[in-house]
Design a protein around this ligand. Structure first.
Ligand code: SF4
Ligand code: SF4
Length: 133
């Protein structure tokens, strides 16, 4: 079982090896899907590999380290009133999270989405939106 989480590091936490420490201290593996590091701030999307108890252990540990943790229930949203099902976003998505349904409309698989934002930027009709957490 895995679940996706968004981690935000405040200034001061960025330089510490918090992910390595979390894995060592909890014994639970994390898979980093995406990382954005800026001056004094970092945002990571991770998969926590484990059951509910394992995930809670990791989340509690990270919070104790000063990391903001949000479970990603939803990643991306398509506005069918704007979308013309042109398919331009499908080829760009690095994780195959977007596809055509049988009726040729756009279908999203939120479990695969890593919130990279490429489809949002690429859509000429602004029909894609990353769900805020
Ligand atoms: S690029 Fe925009 S309009 Fe085209 S299929 Fe994707 S979301 Fe729809
Ligand atoms: S945000 Fe990135 S990973 Fe998610 S659907 Fe769009 S292109 Fe794919």
């Amino acid at each position: 079982m895995t679940s996706k989480y968004q981690l935000r590091y405040p200034a001061g936490v960025v330089e510490s090896p918090v992910i390595s420490r979390t894995v060592i201290e909890t014994g639970v593996m994390l898979n980093i899907l995406r990382a954005n590091v800026d001056y004094g701030e970092a945002m990571l999307i991770v998969d926590i590999l484990g059951d509910r108890k394992d995930q809670k252990r990791v989340v509690d540990y990270l919070k104790g380290e000063g990391v903001e943790v949000n479970k990603l229930e939803k990643n991306i949203r398509n506005n069918p009133e704007r979308c013309v099902d042109c398919g331009a976003c499908i080829a760009l998505c690095p994780t195959d999270a977007i596809s055509f349904s049988d009726d040729h409309s756009i279908k999203l698989n939120g479990d695969k989405c890593i919130r990279c934002g490429m489809c949002v930027d690429a859509c000429p009709l602004r029909a894609m939106e990353i769900v805020r957490v």
